[in-house]
Design a protein around this ligand. Structure first.
Ligand SMILES: CC(C)CCNC(=O)Cn1cc(-c2ccc3c(-c4nc5ccccc5[nH]4)n[nH]c3c2)cn1
Length: 264
């Protein structure tokens, strides 16, 4: 690939390290998102290793609920990624616009994210940074995991990882305490995301400061608003369990009434 293979359109986003543009691949007419990263930027903070790992992870993933990385190329100053274009943009924006989602919509997105996480975990990848900003909306209003900034490829399944990463809101108790964590960290984050989709706010947002956020996460101290259905509340309680081993498995999530209730 070279830049001449594409007609580049407007800027549609800012990923880490660079700008994202709408583009059309000339030969096929295919619409893609081109992420342009400047080598000076990347080399500056020795990010080339992390970028290489992310490219390696994302190009090996092929799943309808994971944004595709079709390919990449570089010229003397830039490193360019050819990414799947998500017509619906960021889930974050839709959530801000609508304040919160109807239970049927939140249930569909939670189901699609669960399928994506089951696939990721089967490929020995823990995402570790599931949050609305990293999720995109594709054609047919399908959820797509769009960013792998903090995912790690675990060499053996469920290896314990202890590097600190991501924002506090979505971190599980074991990560807050700098303890080891595994695929159950993504299950907790699914719970936080579902809570935010249903209520419009992450569970610990009304805390005084980060200190209190950490305290409440450690204790899994969550106040559920009264307007949640019984099924929604029940699934949230099973996802947001303080001890990773007590959390519902992703396979069980797919069988939970809150998920199956809207499946024809
Ligand atoms: C660092 C690199 C090696 C990892 C590879 N992964 C990424 O670069 C993650 N990433 C994806 C994007 C991204 C951002 C925006 C979009 C969009 C998109 N569609 C939109 C529709 C309306 C408004 C804005 C939109 N952005 N489609 N696909 C995208 C992909 C930015 N960074």
């Amino acid at each position: 690939w070279t830049a001449d293979d594409f007609l580049v359109g407007r800027e549609i986003g800012r990923g880490n390290f660079g700008y994202v543009y709408l583009a059309r691949e000339k030969a096929s007419g295919y619409i893609v998102a081109l992420k342009v990263m400047y080598k000076s930027e990347i080399l500056k903070d020795h990010n080339e290793r992390q970028i290489r790992r992310e490219v390696e992870i994302q190009s090996s993933l092929k799943h309808e609920n994971i944004l595709r990385l079709y390919g990449y190329f570089h010229d003397e100053t830039r490193f360019i990624l050819i990414l799947e274009y998500a017509p619906g943009g960021e889930l974050y924006q839709q959530l801000q616009k609508q304040k919160r989602f109807m239970e049927s919509v939140a249930s569909k997105y939670a189901r699609q994210l669960t399928h994506a996480l089951i696939y990721l975990h089967s490929k020995r990848v823990i995402h570790r940074d599931i949050k609305p900003e990293n999720l995109m909306i594709g054609l047919n209003d399908d959820l797509k995991i769009g960013d792998f900034g903090w995912s790690v490829k675990t060499d053996t399944f469920d290896t314990r990882r202890s590097t600190f990463c991501g924002t506090l809101d979505y971190l599980p108790p074991e990560m807050i305490q700098g303890l080891n964590h595994d695929t159950k960290a993504d299950v907790w984050a699914l719970g936080v995301l579902l809570f935010e989709m249903l209520t419009g706010k992450p569970p610990f947002e009304d805390s005084r400061d980060e200190e209190e956020v950490c305290q409440r996460i450690k204790e899994a101290d969550i106040k559920y608003p009264p307007n949640l259905s019984r099924q929604a509340r029940d699934l949230l309680e099973q996802l947001l369990q303080k001890r990773a081993v007590d959390r519902i498995s992703l396979q069980e999530v797919l069988k939970h009434p809150f998920i199956t209730r809207w499946l024809h």
